[in-house]
Write a protein that binds this ligand. Structure first.
Ligand code: GLN
Length: 540
């Protein structure tokens, strides 16, 4: 029988509930437990796939092609496991399924209500992921007090009633601000937030306090007293630049043992290798031999969350090589405007101090020309380049325009009537009208060509990588592209789709139609990111 750990957040959003959940999961894993996380998102969208990155940050894609919350990325990275569509449930999905059941007549005769119909559906989703796991971690998105999250909290209250006290644990993450003028920590927001939870019938067992600086004992004791938890159950979550240190911070305060004790969980294994490997990785991150500067040219650069997995994949590769990444963010639209005003000479002002360029994924026309200028610079100056999804598409457009001389080459996404549609709509996308969940999504096999950079990086013939796009390279141009030095180094055999391209006469110019960043893990950095970073320091 599974145990359930429910994680809620209070006071403000963006406290790092996802990372806290992932860290707890990792700690439980080091005790030998199998852990399955579930993220509830209280919005009405069926999935985040239809949201703008500014609304939502990155959309994380699972192996089975679900478009999910970026917290699933944290879970996969910390737990080193592949999750699926069952691990992220939105209010939209819950309501949709209840309404569909109502239409089918499953509840015939009844009035359909939030309690019990919606709450039952929520509990069903929780129990579904329990399946043979020791612990289910349930993270409730949003902040306690939001109207939207009420049915989820109510369902979690019922869960303890049904599963038994010893099987369900509530952890509440709050903010404990330090007020400089008073030179004091303030526990009042935490007290209010816990009161709000109690009003709904949930008494938290453990309180995680996000804080800028170490919490004095008095503040902790006060929180324990006013929030009705034992003193050792007030855990400090101090700000840290290195998210991979958070499990260490929690373990120091014995959070893992506390959870085991509260849930009567008996450690299955101790001294597991993953703990030591994790410590080694954190140690490498903390003590880099030197720094390297990498440019990321994107169009949502003011919101770093939009590139979460890309950033982490760079961190993993750099950490592994004892390097400290310094990311230079370049907004593609700014670059585009400046080059158009001042000419291509200004590109060196942007890139002469970096040792590599990444062009990550994106949708729509805005900023495309800026990305293409950056790619041209990388190609001509032998600067290592890694293109991801739209990054590959831009690389093909750049090469077609500037090497093949097809000046009007473009993607049909950016110019429907382009004379040279070197990137065009996937066959399977033609006729698709509904926008939600209809892209080419999830993992597909890719066959690598030997004697290529890609093959050298992966050291494998067949790989599986995750996709999220509607457009692809137009095969009619491949012969021309290859004649001039572009190499198609990976394909999806079944439908003959281009998956990886690279350049022959360049130290490292590689672009993928898929998103390798989703599969990078702290202890298993992604081979392409590793190869790219090595190329940045001339070691590939
Ligand atoms: N916009 C492009 C497409 O749909 C690329 C998408 C992406 O970069 N994820 O094909």
């Amino acid at each position: 029988m599974a145990k359930y750990v429910i994680i809620t957040g209070g006071v403000v959003s963006s406290l790092g509930k996802g990372i806290a959940t992932a860290s707890i999961g990792f700690l439980l894993k080091t005790h030998g437990f199998s852990v399955n996380p579930l993220k509830f998102d209280p919005y009405i969208n069926v999935d985040p796939g239809t949201m703008n990155p500014y609304q939502h940050g990155e959309v994380f894609v699972t192996e089975d092609g679900a478009e999910t919350d970026l917290d699933l990325g944290h879970y996969e990275r910390f737990l080193d496991t592949n999750l699926s569509k069952e691990n992220n449930v939105t209010a939209g999905q819950v309501y949709l399924s209840v309404i569909e059941k109502e239409r089918e007549g499953i509840f015939l005769g009844g009035t359909i209500q939030v309690v019990p119909h919606i709450t039952n559906e929520i509990k069903e989703r929780v129990r579904k992921v329990a399946n043979e796991h020791d612990v289910v971690l349930v993270e409730i998105g949003g902040t306690v007090g939001d109207i939207e999250s009420l049915p989820f909290l109510e369902a979690m209250r019922q869960l303890r009633l049904e599963e038994g006290r010893e099987n369900v644990l509530y952890i509440h993450l709050t903010l404990v601000p330090f007020i400089k003028s008073a030179n004091e920590f303030k526990t009042k927001p935490t007290q209010h937030s816990v009161n709000e939870l109690r009003r709904i019938g949930i008494q938290p067992d453990i309180i995680l306090c996000r804080t800028e600086r170490p919490l004095p004992k008095e503040a902790k004791d006060k929180i324990a007293l006013f929030c009705n938890v034992s003193k050792e159950a007030v855990i400090e979550g101090i700000d840290t630049e290195n998210i991979y240190k958070i499990p260490l911070i929690f373990k120091e305060q014995k959070l893992d043992w506390l959870i085991c004790q509260y849930l009567s969980l008996k450690t299955k294994e101790t001294g597991l290798k993953i703990w030591q490997a994790w410590l080694d990785f954190v140690n490498k991150l903390e003590n880099p031999e030197r720094e390297i500067k990498i440019a990321i040219v994107g169009k949502y650069t003011s919101l770093r969350d939009a590139y979460k997995s890309v950033i982490e994949a760079v961190n993993h590769a750099c950490g592994h090589l004892s390097l400290k990444p310094n990311i230079k963010w370049i907004e593609a639209t700014d670059l585009e405007e400046e080059v158009k005003r001042k000419g291509k000479e200004i590109l060196k002002d942007y890139f002469s101090d970096v040792c590599g360029i990444i062009v990550p994924g994106g949708f729509g026309f805005r900023g495309i020309e800026g990305k293409i200028f950056a790619i041209e610079y990388a190609r001509k100056n032998n600067l290592p380049f890694l293109g991801l999804c739209v990054g590959l598409q831009c690389a093909v457009i750049e090469f077609s325009r500037n090497v093949l001389g097809l000046k009007e080459a473009n993607s049909q996404e950016f110019d429907l009537n382009t004379k040279y549609p070197v990137i065009h709509l996937l066959e399977s996308q033609k006729g698709i009208k509904k926008k939600g969940g209809t892209m080419r999504l999830g993992a597909y096999p890719c066959l690598l060509k030997e004697d290529t950079i890609a093959f050298r990086a992966y050291q494998a013939k067949r790989i599986y990588e995750r996709h999220r796009h509607r457009y692809e390279v137009n095969n009619e141009y491949i012969e021309l592209l290859e004649k001039k030095g572009m190499v198609v180094s990976g394909i999806y055999e079944k439908e003959n789709l281009v998956e990886i391209i690279e350049l022959k006469d360049h130290p490292f110019f590689v672009a993928t139609q898929f998103h390798p960043e989703f599969k990078s893990r702290p202890l298993r950095p992604h081979p392409l990111f590793l190869a790219f970073v090595k190329a940045c320091v001339s070691e590939f």
